[in-house]
Design a protein around this ligand. Structure first.
Ligand code: 13P
Length: 254
């Protein structure tokens, strides 16, 4: 099967950081360097409170907006939640779903993530679906089984809509720890995930889906990670809070 050309995608997950004015400053700094950059897709995912402001800053550029979470229902009595149409209303194109911090701290299961993925697609949002094993699972040799179960569960029943999904492999032991997966470790898991997608959906689709790496990615290690054949981008946490390092990573993704 000929390898499909997959455009790299770099997303900044700002997590629970940045006031509205700080978010505007960060987005402006990134925009001043990358407004016309077309060699990779660029996504900024600020906290909910800053979505509208960042949306206004990046309007009329190629930089896209993403949210960090979402509820699956379209509206109603869900205190504290945000719906897909509310995200579209502030011009979000992407939404991160099933991040390990949501899975571990807020008890999000594969079933919940699956409902959100379907709702995001129905609401015209591109889901960035996160999967990844914890350290003990890696050390006990269970990483592949864990990730396979997350991929199968989170993406169950999508059919052709799978083509609208981006996957982020984020080994939990590498998130915010400074302990990055080696390019070989990351490549091995990305190829494994592509294989799983091939067996659940089909080989053609598997070759076209973008799989980002996340976990302590920074300018000093991004080049090697992003040059692996099955690594199609990055989901950046800490290094995305600094315009210069985020821009540097984006420029390494071609
Ligand atoms: P760090 O880049 O801070 O390790 O975070 C990765 C992450 O969780 C992105 O979603």
């Amino acid at each position: 099967m000929a390898k499909k050309l997959r455009k790299k995608i770099i997303a900044g997950n700002w997590k629970m950081n940045k006031s509205v004015s700080e978010a505007a400053d960060l987005a402006s700094d990134i925009k001043s360097d990358l407004a016309d950059y077309r060699d990779a897709d660029i996504v900024l995912c600020p906290p909910f409170t800053a979505l509208k402001t960042v949306s206004d800053v990046i309007t009329q550029t190629h930089i896209k907006l993403g949210a960090q979470n979402m509820h699956w229902a379209s509206d109603g009595a869900y205190t504290g939640e945000i719906s897909p149409s509310m995200l579209r209303d502030v011009f979000c194109h992407y939404v991160i779903l099933g991040h390990s911090e949501r899975r571990t701290m807020f008890n999000e299961t594969d079933e919940i993530v699956n409902k959100k993925v379907k709702a995001a697609i129905a609401g015209n949002l591109c889901p960035i679906v996160c999967v990844g094993e914890v350290l003990q699972e890696r050390e006990s040799g269970a990483a592949n089984d864990v990730v396979k179960k997350q991929v199968a569960g989170s993406l169950a029943g999508l059919g052709d809509d799978i083509g609208k999904v981006v996957i982020a492999y984020e080994p939990v032991w590498a998130i915010g720890t400074g302990k990055v997966a080696t390019p070989a470790q990351a490549q091995e898991m990305h190829a494994f995930i592509r294989g799983v997608l091939g067996s659940i959906f089909n080989e053609d689709i598997a070759q076209s889906i973008r799989i980002q790496y996340g976990g302590s990615m920074k300018p000093s290690n991004a080049g090697e990670l992003l040059s692996q054949p099955d690594i199609d981008g990055g989901l950046i946490g800490g290094a995305a809070l600094d315009a210069r390092s985020f821009v540097e990573i984006v420029r390494l993704a071609k």
